[in-house]
Design a protein around this ligand. Structure first.
Ligand code: TRP
Length: 343
């Protein structure tokens, strides 16, 4: 992970990140997000991790599925090593301050800023008149998620960088308009492109929980047979593993499989290419599938155990929400004071 820029020294370092419960967790969520969150937590960083359910409903979710997905994301965090006694782990809707600060930020952010959000443009496509107002305002709620805790660092994928930049714009405009130095300039912590996990059928798209075909992603709860089958059917090209890393240029699907192998085995893509130089996909894919099963099986087993007992997960989320509120509530109170809302 690389960290750039400068945060105001007055703010103590704190990490915040979130995962949307819109469908099951994928290998992309694990390698691109959760695994890094665990590393940050284990390095002793003050960390808050959220299941951002209010973000999920910006597109319609079946209520039962939303509950399952919320608990699945929580289980995924815990099974992967997020320790709810070290980090704060909760679901967003249990801390109403998110929505409240989100409203304040709707009044700070400018329509012109929102119109530049590429993720909104991609998601809305030529259907922009019919998407929810919530989807449009999504980045302003995301800014509230982060700034409600005065978080200084946000580990996210490359696709979220623009939203963290918007968060800084909102913080700067708020501080400027009210002549305060209240919200920090949060830094995105972006992992290198090497760990961005792409769609198995189209290497130009991110592996997503909500893409049409299940064959395009590895779900954290997939069993060994499914994982093997999905890698076997993954799109590739006639050339196998090249002799050097440059041989992956212009071959997004091949690069993706090498990157997944590298991330799962904690090596660089260069090291993987060196080890498998000249191998065909018939050899590489089953090895990759075995490695993925090896890494995911203990996690998915623990996820299933946790999801069998929703009382345990719900308790963890509730206690996490209480701890989150202890931080959030004074910050929201102060925000209301600054804005001039009579309490
Ligand atoms: N928008 C993020 C995504 O789609 C999820 C998210 C919501 C988030 N709030 C956040 C990520 C706050 C980091 C910090 O992946």
């Amino acid at each position: 992970m690389s960290e750039g820029g400068q945060t105001s020294p007055a703010f103590t370092p704190r990490i915040f990140s979130g995962i949307k419960p819109s469908g099951g967790l994928t290998l992309g969520n694990y390698l691109g997000a959760i695994k890094k969150f665990v590393a940050a937590q284990d390095a002793g960083k003050d960390s808050i991790f959220c299941v951002v359910d209010l973000h999920a409903i910006t597109v319609w979710q079946d209520p039962k599925d939303l509950q399952v997905a919320t608990r699945e994301v929580a289980a995924g965090y815990i099974a992967s090593g997020i320790d709810p006694t070290k980090s704060i782990l909760f679901n967003q809707s249990q801390v109403p301050e998110h929505a409240e600060l989100g409203w304040i930020f709707n009044c700070v952010a400018r329509v012109g800023w929102m119109n530049r959000m590429t993720q909104f443009k991609d998601k809305a496509g030529n259907n922009a008149e019919k998407v929810s107002l919530g989807l449009y305002a999504y980045p302003s709620l995301m800014a509230a998620d982060i700034l409600l805790y005065h978080a200084t660092h946000v580990p996210v994928g490359d696709d979220q960088k623009q939203h963290v930049e918007l968060t800084r714009d909102i913080a700067a405009k708020f501080n400027h308009d009210y002549k305060v130095d209240f919200f920090p300039m949060t830094e995105p912590v972006i992992e290198g492109p090497a760990v961005r996990v792409m769609n198995l059928r189209d290497g130009s798209k991110k592996m997503s929980k909500s893409g049409e075909s299940d064959m395009e992603r590895i779900n954290m709860l997939d069993d060994a047979d499914k994982i093997a089958k999905k890698f076997k059917k993954a799109k590739t090209d006639p050339d196998g593993i090249p002799e050097s890393i440059e041989g992956l240029d212009g071959r997004p699907e091949a690069r993706n499989l090498v990157n997944i192998y590298a991330a799962l085995s904690d090596q660089s893509a260069e090291a993987v290419v060196a080890e498998y130089a000249g191998a065909g996909w018939g050899k590489f894919k089953p090895t990759l599938a075995d490695l993925a099963v090896d890494k995911l099986a203990p996690i998915s087993e623990e996820m299933r155990r946790l999801m069998d007992d929703t009382a345990e997960i719900d308790k963890i989320l509730r206690l996490g929400a209480e701890r989150a509120r202890d931080i959030a509530s004074p910050i929201l109170k102060k925000t209301y004071e600054i804005v001039g809302l009579v309490r």
